[in-house]
Design a protein around this ligand. Structure first.
Ligand SMILES: Nc1nc2c(ncn2[C@@H]2O[C@H](COP(=O)(O)OP(=O)(O)OP(=O)(O)O)[C@@H](O)[C@H]2O)c(=O)[nH]1
Ligand SMILES: [Mg+2]
Ligand SMILES: [Zn+2]
Length: 324
């Protein structure tokens, strides 16, 4: 049998984990770890050598998320997260009653996955992009199930692709059924931690499974009646890629509201609208019927997408409603 070669990353991990960070007593060790799954009170932490421990969370540590780097304390019977290391960033959403809710930590890239069926929701894509630009992290748009393109849906998929490519985002079209775009996707996901987000049933877990065939992961179905996914994935889980980088598969959403602290966050989220900010005649311009509106003029010249401008205005309205 051929020997399995260890990747450089695996070698480093093994070397670094020979010794715990410290040994406070004979049955008490401290390790660095990575939160690879978190749901309610269930928390799984992986140490550098690849061991996974079901952990408890020490009180008063605050919100913890998949992707967090932590310090755990192990004794014979218990594994406890005792500290959360400083984060590079934290992807948040607006939860019930308007408060911030952690989605994932230390994210290098947000892969916004949509599909031909269920059909893409542009406002949802724009809300994810806003959150991504504010992390900040790279954004990637994946249009999966391209094998289901037909004369009825071709125009709307073409429009989505064009809108985001024109702004400068990478858009990858994939089909697991027909093996389309998967190498391009594999390349785009290398050497960074990407979270796959999107509606239920678009194929996030299927894409993860395709890239990492050895893992166990549940794939769902689409309801024939509603053409919606059945919310198969219920917990965010992190998986390592063989040549560096990681994927976080997340539960499908019906809706995602970024945690926008103020108008500035929304302006930040629309990278192609930024150059027009401050050029409207009225400083409080709502970009609707005012004369001398820089955004309306750019729209008329075909420099901007109407759908994106609509999303921008809607997000501003949503924020105002929340603060009322
Ligand atoms: N035709 C087609 N079907 C696909 C493709 N990729 C995934 N599917 C199917 O889409 C369905 C949903 O896939 P999942 O991977 O469970 O979707 P998900 O986005 O993880 O869904 P949640 O976990 O509920 O958020 C399954 O029946 C898959 O077989 C594809 O490229 N083409
Ligand atoms: Mg899933
Ligand atoms: Zn304006």
């Amino acid at each position: 049998m051929a020997k399995r070669r260890l990747t450089e990353q695996q070698k480093r991990r093994i070397a670094s984990n020979k010794n715990p960070l410290s040994q406070t007593s004979s049955d008490h060790q401290i390790f660095n770890g990575l939160v690879v799954s978190h749901h309610g009170r269930k928390l799984i932490v992986e140490t550098d050598d690849g061991h996974q421990y079901g952990c408890k969370l020490r009180q008063n540590l605050g919100d913890i998320a998949c992707g967090d780097s932590v310090i755990i304390q192990l004794d014979k019977n218990n594994a406890v997260v005792v500290a959360i290391n400083e984060r590079i960033n934290l992807l948040e959403k607006t939860g019930f009653a308007g408060q911030a809710k952690s989605v994932a930590a230390n994210i290098g890239q947000v892969a916004i996955v949509c599909s031909v069926e269920p059909e893409p929701n542009a406002y949802l894509i724009d809300r994810y992009l806003t959150a991504t630009e504010n992390l900040p992290a790279e954004a990637l748009i994946v249009i999966n199930k391209i094998d289901l393109i037909n004369d009825d849906n071709r125009a709307s998929i073409d429009a989505i692709r064009k809108t985001y490519k024109d702004i400068g985002y990478q858009v990858i079209e994939t089909s697991i059924k027909q093996n389309i775009g998967l190498d391009e996707l594999r390349q785009a996901l290398q050497n960074t931690t990407s979270i796959l987000v999107g509606l239920s049933g678009v194929g996030k877990s299927s894409l993860v499974k395709m890239l990492l065939p050895d893992i166990e992961i549940r794939i769902g179905e689409i309801s024939i009646a509603s053409k919606e996914g059945k919310h198969t994935t219920t917990v965010s889980s992190l998986y390592h890629l063989p040549d560096g980088g990681a994927l976080i598969d997340s539960p499908g959403v019906r809706d995602f509201t970024p945690y926008n602290r103020d108008k500035e966050d929304i302006v930040n989220g629309f990278i192609e609208l930024k150059p027009y900010q401050g050029y409207c005649k009225f400083s409080n311009c709502t970009h609707t019927t005012e004369p001398g509106c820089a955004i309306t003029e750019a729209l008329q010249k075909g420099e901007l997408s109407q759908q994106r401008v609509n999303s921008f205005k809607k997000m501003l309205e949503d924020l105002e409603e929340l603060s009322r």
